[in-house]
Design a protein around this ligand. Structure first.
Ligand code: 2P0
Length: 318
């Protein structure tokens, strides 16, 4: 039995599109920030008395369709054949729209591999988590992480980046707590297959990774923020241009984005990003959090969450 915890992450340079859907190999590398306040705890017990895998999420019994194929990978690696009981608890504010496959599969990779008797190095764990969900490869690491796109299973993994000399913070704006209008996995595939902007996205986003590494090494927050906004907007531009046309933007998404622009015009270093849903995440410095929250409160009172860089995934009980 192993109980493990992994935190969610938000990509500053986005991942959007798979070159290989089975192995989850991405077209571009991506760079993310792991968050302190949102995480998943997962307990895995391999049990010789079970006749099938079992899965509960937040106390509810669910089908094992997303868990069993992943456990099969672990069983293959470990040479074990027992079924397992998996119990996960998401520590994400209810309906925050942040519940994430990233923390889920990172926690599952760590808990299941250890419970099966494996002691995987961080790179191997990241490769395993990647097979569950691409963004999970980054959630094994604290602070900033880069997922190298690589060219095969062995070379596509994430690793931690040195922390910039910046007191980073993130303010999450809950535009909508409703379930996603479209699941990211199928939309991602549709963007790759149909968006005329997808090849441009790949080229620019890969260059953006290099630029982001330079900006992080220089602790240049303005450049980090600009690159963060560009990667999000370029991803959403590629999504919008697909067939059928679609966008995650809602009116309040743009309103939040505009407030962030106004903050910058007023000298507050804050930059917006957005994933496969309408919520806006504002990257800022800890010193600016009160100003960011004050500017967003008139429209989003009670719908703002502030967080900081979070730690690497850990084993809580073994
Ligand atoms: C990211 N997203 O880099 C991007 C930005 C959403 C927008 O990774 O199909 O759940 O399981 O590999 O990781 C969300 O997609 O996708 C995501 P799969 P995942 O964070």
């Amino acid at each position: 039995m192993t109980l493990a915890r992994a935190h969610t992450n938000i990509a500053l340079i986005k991942y959007w599109g798979k070159k290989d859907a089975r192995l989850i190999l991405p077209y571009t590398s991506s760079i993310s920030l792991t968050l302190a306040d949102f995480y998943t705890d997962t307990r895995v017990t391999f049990d010789p008395t079970l006749g099938e895998d079992r899965f509960t999420l937040d106390g509810t019994i669910l089908p094992t369709t997303k868990v069993t194929p992943f456990l099969d990978l672990v069983r293959d690696l470990a040479g074990r054949h027992q079924f397992a009981s998996v119990s996960s608890v998401n520590h994400v504010p209810t309906a925050a729209g942040l519940a994430s496959s990233a923390s889920a599969y990172a926690a599952l990779a760590l808990a299941a591999s250890r419970a099966a008797g494996l002691r995987l190095a961080p790179r191997e764990l990241s490769r395993l988590a990647r097979r569950g969900s691409g963004s999970a490869s980054r959630s094994l690491f604290g602070g900033l992480a880069i997922w190298h796109r690589g060219f095969d299973d062995a070379t596509s993994f994430a690793e931690a980046l040195p922390a910039p000399k910046l007191d980073l913070a993130m303010v999450v704006v809950l535009v909508s707590a409703k379930a996603k209008a479209k699941a990211s996995r199928s939309l991602m595939a549709n963007t790759v297959a149909t968006s005329p902007y997808y090849p441009a996205w790949v080229e620019h986003n890969q260059q953006a990774c290099e630029r982001m590494l330079q900006a992080l090494a220089a602790s240049d927050f303005e450049r980090i923020g600009e690159l963060t906004e560009q990667s999000a907007m370029q991803m959403h531009a590629a999504i919008m241009a697909g067939d059928p046309a679609f966008t995650y933007f809602q009116p309040e998404t743009l309103a939040a984005w505009q407030t962030v622009q106004q903050l910058r015009a007023a000298g507050v270093a804050a930059y917006a990003t957005m994933d496969a849903g309408p919520n806006v995440k504002v990257l800022t410095l800890a010193a600016h959090v009160p100003a960011v929250v004050a500017a967003l409160t008139p429209q989003f009172a009670g719908r703002l969450l502030t967080t900081r860089p979070g730690p690497a995934a850990t084993v809580l009980e073994d």
